[in-house]
Design a protein around this ligand. Sequence first.
Ligand SMILES: Cc1cc2nc3c(=O)[nH]c(=O)nc-3n(C[C@H](O)[C@H](O)[C@H](O)COP(=O)(O)OP(=O)(O)OC[C@H]3O[C@@H](n4cnc5c(N)ncnc54)[C@H](O)[C@@H]3O)c2cc1C
Length: 449
Amino acid sequence: MTPDETSAWQRLCPLPMAQLDPLPAIARHLDHPDTARRLAAADAGRTPPDDVLADLREIGVAAVYDPASATAVHVNALNAQAARHSGSLAITLGVNALALLPLCIAGTPQQRDRAGAVLRGGGAAAMLLTELEHGSNLARTGTRADAVDGGYRLTGEKHLINGGTWHDLLITLARLADTDRFGLFLAERDDTVTALPRWRTLPAVAADISGVRFAGTPAQPIGTPGDGLTILQLTLALSRGGIGSLASGAASGALAAAVRYARERDVYGEPIVHLGAIAEHLVRAAALDVLVAATAVKATFLINALGPAAAYAAAVAKYACCELAEQAVTEGRAVLGSRALVEEFGYAARVRDVLLYGVFDGTRHILLDQLQWRLERFAAGSDRSGDGYPVLAEAYSGTPQPLVRAARLRLRPYAPGPAARAATLAARTCRPGVAALGVLFTRLVDLVG
Ligand SMILES: Cc1cc2nc3c(=O)[nH]c(=O)nc-3n(C[C@H](O)[C@H](O)[C@H](O)COP(=O)(O)OP(=O)(O)OC[C@H]3O[C@@H](n4cnc5c(N)ncnc54)[C@H](O)[C@@H]3O)c2cc1C
């Protein structure tokens, strides 16, 4: 198969897509030229792709997110598939999985059932963390949760919220009134909730990114009130693998568009794919596409097997996949030349959309900070034993397990030392380059030590 027929995520996934119902039907629908036309029209008009979303609901997309049936493998496969076609569609769908993770981690069966019923009825979920004044520093969250009549009421304003205008289930981080403790709350849109004007974003232009104002909105705590930041930490440990899969879809979509263009565009009597410079851009984009997909699939299967203990792999995926997908899109941009900069030819949306993945769910700096912390642990020596191979092999051979189960696992963090991993890979592949990489890692860890 060539890159324009199937994505790298799909090729590297150890399970055939046919076993991940309803993804094959969703893939067929997204591959249809009419769907592509409607997604492009939604972007051109900056209006959410409601008709495509309605088609996908008809196909059964809600089962991918419904806490009763969701698995990390299904969620991330859909992320990759949707992002291959449209950033706006991908994040409009993807936010459901992100928002419902706290319910998988700490929600009650009643809360999960309610969320499933809303999704199956055509509704959607949003995750409300960001406040304009406080940005990445969630410990400054100003939205309040007041205990009233045995429940809670939310007051405050959130911004840059994906689904802020329409989504029904509002999973919200709020400060417990007059304390330094925070809770995650499940609220539902009612007449105490005001949707604030949409923001005009550079990426994902058709997505509904807006503000939300709460004025005494009834809400239930997810887990113990006061544990909000802990549940959020566990949520991000899982969701960041999903962002890697969004980035993987973006890289595959860009590569497919660039390959198609290079095979068709003829300015000298034969397609430009025969020009050495163009072929080089394509080879680099193809290599990046595989690297991004490998990292995203690895995080996905480790999360499926280990839950939050896969946080390190998820953080690597979030950082590396976003960074390398941007490079892949840039290689494709060089293939399309001026047409990559003209909206009507379609590639411009890919150039804009890929920029989003490195920013939400923790910016690149915050992820680097986490990875730096891990490097210090490697240098402290405790992680040098073992290469993690048996755990990884078992994760790859596992079947998708309910996210509700994976999210509640509390296992020892999986973070094998990179030098030991490289040594195992070198022994298995007999590639001198991999052995050299192992030596470099050892030197790096020694230097940090
Ligand atoms: C299209 C879009 C959709 C979004 N969807 C949602 C959503 O659904 N829900 C939601 O809650 N939010 C959402 N966001 C908000 C997004 O998550 C925040 O923009 C992001 O968390 C960063 O906050 P900030 O932009 O205010 O940056 P700031 O916190 O103001 O950061 C500014 C700069 O400082 C850096 N920085 C911050 N902290 C550190 C640190 N500790 N160390 C080093 N550098 C640091 C950042 O990397 C950044 O470069 C969305 C944003 C966009 C653009």
